[in-house]
Design a protein around this ligand. Structure first.
Ligand code: ATP
Ligand code: MG
Length: 566
């Protein structure tokens, strides 16, 4: 189905691209790229970058977005991440149209560009120790000093660089540095390191290389090699842009991409740094990269998020130049909106309380007609069995009801959704513990839902399942993994100590209506009155497991209302 009236987002980056196209810059072509380092799984922040880069390519005729693995660091990268990243980009609804690249494929070209710099006198081999280099670099307020090795001849530099590549030196013995300006107010221009010696095997190039290019060198040249027109990155690279431009210009690279920065996505209470996510996974503090409590694409997906909701969220937050923190409730608002439209409604009882309808004939089963989705009439209706013994939610009964409580209580009536009005006539308790084990009720046969007699109104309607027909299930409820926002935790404090011990609540002994018995992994439902749920891959033939994607309570609407009135 194509949207007859798609909204095309607009922002300062799209304005730049449009102006460039209008001016015939880059021959009117638009080539963007999404350049993840395969050292972890993608998260919701990456989704923002994916929507932006692939989105701009899609909106421009002939536009294309490359998928480039920025894999210049041998020790942290892994093919598992390469696979997962591709899968996530596809799942989000984007495609690189065959344009998949690896920075490691450019190692030879990057080496040749370095030789060009050496021969132009624009790069030199430095042999200071790392500590000395730090001393020489200066500070934000003091200029740096030239290394004594800065004056090496072109011949000597070339000879040393060649021997660095040949593996003649141990790690740290030498580096190749750009010769720019040790007095520059921009520290990035104080002769940045271009190559380091690292005797480490790379997941793609093996031990072919023992020198590896720095990000600030490899990245602009990878963009140039691929003919990227607009190299969109996050704000922290703004101060690196002069270096980006320097590298492209001084190497006489075949093409000059334009770097544009935007503000990264920050979400309250979310663990979004790859390093921290890796720590959670490695220390088994979460179930894996797809744990529904972390905002990885795989985690959100397992939790029941849709790609449509994530894209709508990314579009809504937009692209700006100023850093901002987005409330987690906004993301929840978008998934709720999407699931409200698409999810079939079902009845499921999370904390069951047995109900016996004393005047309902034993052995009789009625098929009650239930609406699948009030938001979507085409979703039709289904039949839900009703019988003498049912289960309702423990929360829907109070022996001693408080003032605002209109649900079931001794002597009170409620409507059972799609069925009858019932009245509570008695309570059965465990003689030892005093806890309520069963409610006794009577039903009014003249109140069947949808029948002409359905005149009588009661204050509350509650959901239920038939004891003989319901299917048992485990339901997993998720609460925030962190109860303190990460931004408020001092860097020297062990943040993993602050994980919420209640972040996962497993409810066993839940009961869902019989139609869910064959529900496939990933299927999404609204459990009436409790929230949106999806079938977890842990489900087996013998036991369904559901994840709560999001509750029905719309915290965001409240926040929005409060914001409007303040
Ligand atoms: P690292 O610290 O390892 O560089 P990273 O989160 O930047 O982590 P990359 O694999 O380099 O990870 O990210 C790929 C792309 O996604 C980059 O272009 C980066 O700018 C973008 N990106 C990463 N995090 C966010 C975020 N929170 N919001 C928007 N874009 C992001
Ligand atoms: Mg990065």
């Amino acid at each position: 189905m194509t949207d007859p009236n798609p909204t095309v987002p607009s922002d300062f980056i799209r304005d730049i691209v449009a102006a460039d196209c209008a001016a015939g810059k880059h021959n009117g072509r638009v080539v963007t790229r999404f350049p993840p380092e395969p050292n972890g799984y993608l998260h919701i922040g990456h989704a923002k970058s994916i929507c932006l880069n692939f989105g701009i390519a899609k909106e421009n005729p002939g536009g294309i977005c490359h998928l480039r693995f920025d894999d210049t660091n041998p020790t942290t990268e892994d093919p598992e991440y390469v696979e997962a990243i591709q899968d996530d980009v596809h799942w989000l609804g984007f495609d690189w149209q065959g344009k998949k690249f690896f920075a490691s494929d450019y190692f030879e070209q990057l080496y040749s560009f370095a030789v060009v710099l050496i021969q132009k006198g624009k790069a030199y081999v430095d042999s200071l120790t790392a500590e000395q280099m730090r001393e020489y670099r200066g500070t934000l307020t003091e200029p740096g000093r030239n290394s004594p090795f800065r004056a090496r001849s072109i011949e000597e530099n070339f000879d040393l660089f060649r021997r660095m590549r040949a593996g003649e030196f141990p790690d740290g013995a030498h580096v190749l540095r750009a010769k720019i300006d040790m007095g520059s107010p921009n520290i990035n221009l104080r002769d940045p390191v271009l190559y380091r010696i690292r005797h480490a095997a790379h997941y793609r190039t093996g031990t072919e290389w023992c020198i590896y290019p720095a990000y600030d060198y490899a990245h602009p040249l990878s963009d140039a090699i691929e003919g990227i027109t607009h190299s969109i990155c996050t704000l922290e690279f703004e101060d690196h842009r002069p270096l980006y431009d320097w590298v492209v210009a001084e190497t006489d690279a075949p093409h000059r991409p334009q770097q544009i920065e935007f503000a990264r996505l920050n979400l309250t209470f979310a663990v979004m740094s790859k390093r921290k996510l890796l720590e959670l996974v490695d220390k088994k503090l979460v179930a894996g990269w797809d744990d529904p409590r972390i905002p990885t694409i795989k985690g959100l997906r397992r939790r029941g998020y849709t790609a449509e909701a994530i894209r709508a969220f990314c579009e809504h937050i937009g692209v700006a130049k100023r850093d901002a923190v987005v409330e987690m409730q906004l993301l929840e608002y978008f998934i709720r909106e999407d699931l409200n439209k698409r999810s079939p409604r079902v009845m499921a009882v999370l904390n069951p309380l047995k109900v016996v309808i004393e005047n309902y004939p034993e052995g009789t089963v009625e098929e009650m007609e239930a609406v699948n989705n009030p938001e979507d009439p085409s979703a039709g209706t289904r039949r839900v069995p009703f019988s003498r013994v049912l289960y309702i939610e423990q929360d829907d009964f109070r022996e001693d009801p408080p003032k605002q409580f209109f649900r079931l209580a001794p002597g009170r009536e409620v409507r059972l959704r799609y069925a009858y009005i019932v009245k509570c006539t008695g309570v059965v308790k465990d003689p030892q513990t005093g806890t309520i084990t069963e409610l006794r009720c009577t039903y009014d046969p003249d109140t069947k839902s949808g029948s002409s007699q359905e005149q009588r109104k009661v204050k509350a309607t509650i959901h239920w399942v038939s004891a003989a027909h319901a299917v048992p299930a485990e339901v997993r409820l998720y609460n925030p993994l962190l109860t303190t926002d990460l931004a408020k935790i001092p860097p020297d404090q062990d943040w993993t100590q602050l994980l919420n011990p209640q972040s996962l609540e497993r409810l066993t002994g839940c009961l869902v209506e019989p139609g869910l018995k064959q529900a496939p992994v990933g299927a999404r439902f609204q459990f009436e009155r409790t929230g949106y749920f999806c079938v977890d891959p842990d489900s087996t033939q013998t036991g369904l497991v559901f994840n709560r994607t999001v509750s029905l309570k719309d915290a965001w609407a409240k926040i929005e209302k409060a914001q409007k009135t303040s």
